[in-house]
Design a protein around this ligand. Sequence first.
Ligand SMILES: [Zn+2]
Length: 376
Amino acid sequence: MSKFSFQLLATCSQTKARVGVFSTPHGIVETPRFMPVGTLATVKTITPAQLKDTGAQMVLSNTYHLHLQPGENIVAGGGGLHKFMGWNNPMLTDSGGFQVFSLSEMRKITEEGVTFRSPHDGKIIKLTPERSIEIQNTLGADVIMAFDECPPYPATRQEVEAATDRTYRWLERCIAAHQRTDQALFPIVQGGVYLDLRARAASELAKLDMPGFAIGGVSVGEPPELMAQIVKATTPLLPANKPRYLMGVGTYKEMAIAIASGIDLFDCVIPTRWARHGTAIVNGERWNLKNAKFREDFTPLDETCPCYACTNFTRAYISHLVRSQEILAYTLLSIHNITELIRFTQKIRESILSDRFVEDFGHWLKDDGEEVTGDR
Ligand SMILES: [Zn+2]
């Protein structure tokens, strides 16, 4: 009997949007839902209790960063990722592949895996599909990700095809290496901006009996309209009865378009990264709290927002904290920004349940290409 299940509760009559419940050993995730990122087993500047109050259900942590510091054995020694960081709710770890390909200097890719130099101590580290799964088995998140090759943008068709084929061979090795039945391994669709490569990869993965599926290699610098095309064309090819996760995406427009294509889960560092730059997300807009207009504005960031920052403090106060570089500024803005993105996906969820998604959120689905792309 699997410890994971996905129950579909409703589908939109006009788009492929859907509402579901993903059950994991540490609780449920009501989809569609935004997942905050806790890179180093902490969502920066906020406590797990504050994180719970944002409405967070599943939280993501990064294998690459945790392997370098403190090392997976220390996390396991602390009782595993949930206990170590005090988050007794669903968790997901990525495979480390994205960071190895995007952050590491002096990396070398072979069929065996990737060799790179640790940015901490200069030591040579080798990450293979088997090693990535072993580290993730040791960390102990509920959902773990296959080790994939994420080609950069732009890349030639030949390069992307080779990376996509290798990602599939690596997946077979990840499946063989995976040791724990209380962890769900999600494969990742690659294929760059080449829709036929994406379609082929998705169809091949769909034949496998996996507990969920992810689309990776988007939000790597391609134009927003290309990302929308990829998501629209690829998502429906993945099994309808399993959760679908779009990696590294988390702006209003990107999430709305992806949900309309049948995506269930998202993650992005935007809410906390922007918070640390003194930026609030309000109704999908970016507000710089250093702006003079907030200095004497004694209203909440968003008077409809139930978060701790909005129910207790004013724009003027948060602006003062940002100008003074007080740590509380980043805490309050992180609480608000995460709440904001989760609330957006919760509101969409409710609108799908009452079949009003297109009426209520149609303005986010238009092809005007106007938005900053997500980063992580
Ligand atoms: Zn708020």
